[in-house]
Design a protein around this ligand. Sequence first.
Ligand code: KG4
Ligand code: ZN
Length: 399
Amino acid sequence: MRILSIETSCDETAVAVLEGIPANEGGAAAGSAARFTVLGNALLSQIDIHKEYGGVYPMIAKREHAKNLVPLLDSALTQAGMVAKGEDGLSDELRAEITQILEREPGLADALLAFLSETARPDIEAIAVTAGPGLEPALWVGVNFARVLSRVWNLPIISVNHMEGHICAALAQLEDPQHISIPDIKLPLLSLLISGGHTELVLSKEWGSYELVGATRDDAVGEAFDKVARMLGLPYPGGPEVSKLAERTREANRDSGYKLPRPMIHDAHCDFSFSGLKTAVLYQVKDMDLTSEQKEDMAREFEDAVGDVLYAKTKRALEETGAKTLALGGGVSANTHIQRTFRERLAEDFPDVHLAIPVPALTTDNAVMIGLAGFYHALKQDFAESDSLRADGNRKLRA
Ligand code: KG4
Ligand code: ZN
């Protein structure tokens, strides 16, 4: 099954073309095992634009997605060898419909009309698009773009939950940049999803079904990283910058002089809270002229506190659920210290639990993971109604 996938939930615009084959007879009923060939993969990060403002502005993100989607579609399809000259097959009626679907994005409508009028229908079977969670204006651009492609090429749409994409990315084994396999994972699967907008523990008793086990009661962990980075005078996105500083004190083997709280670490539930931790950093750094060593020490203590809390809550969830596979997903799962903490402590506490961590190329937002998640829905013929497809900034994973 060949799928075109589109991701525009935050500050990355991405389009990919994947071919997926279930590894076992029985397709969807056979679980997670499948092999994928990445035929095309195009991504543009807006980080340099948002850096100037110190964070992501939804309306700027939306404008950039609208500008970049057609060139990225062209690039992904070209890589896949699927761009062929077509005859102008767009009737006036179809053109009017496209303009109507993209009425809020006139620039995108013009670029897409020009592309579609000279390009033949590619050899794909479905279109997967992130419909949430994420920044709603940004999501809408991708959703409406997918609706146009679905209409013109007469292809079904798969409405993908962005977090399900992060779970698939964690489970994906990269044989080489073009070849991915997802093994037959042992259930139950527990996923710790940690990104700029999310911090949650999700249980899959069956492949493709989700129950929320715990979640942040205030800030997401990526948000806390980004805010602490700002307090330390570091650029956006803060996660990787904080990590770089923290690793320096660890290399120097210096004892961090700072002490921060581990919120809710002993509470008998699997929820998180990061806003108190962030405020504790603020109290210790505000109006202070920190030396670079002090900044490194603070970054390290912050990371240690985050790692301790994430692991303690995940440990509790593993005990409560008896999960056999643990997946770490979302941008924050790129963090070296968090990965190390989970590898070391899990090997000690749960030697039989398999830990799945995404490869770097699939850790932050991308369209490949949306294609992977979309593939399993397509196998079940779980397609969306194009006319009623909506972007949902708060979309939840469902049972
Ligand atoms: O999943 P993602 O790319 O976008 C969302 O869906 O939110 O995650 C972005 C978040 C940002 O908050 C960023 O600071 C954080 O992931 N992040 C990191 C690291 N790399 C990215 N946080 C800590 N350490 C990192 N190495
Ligand atoms: Zn994400």
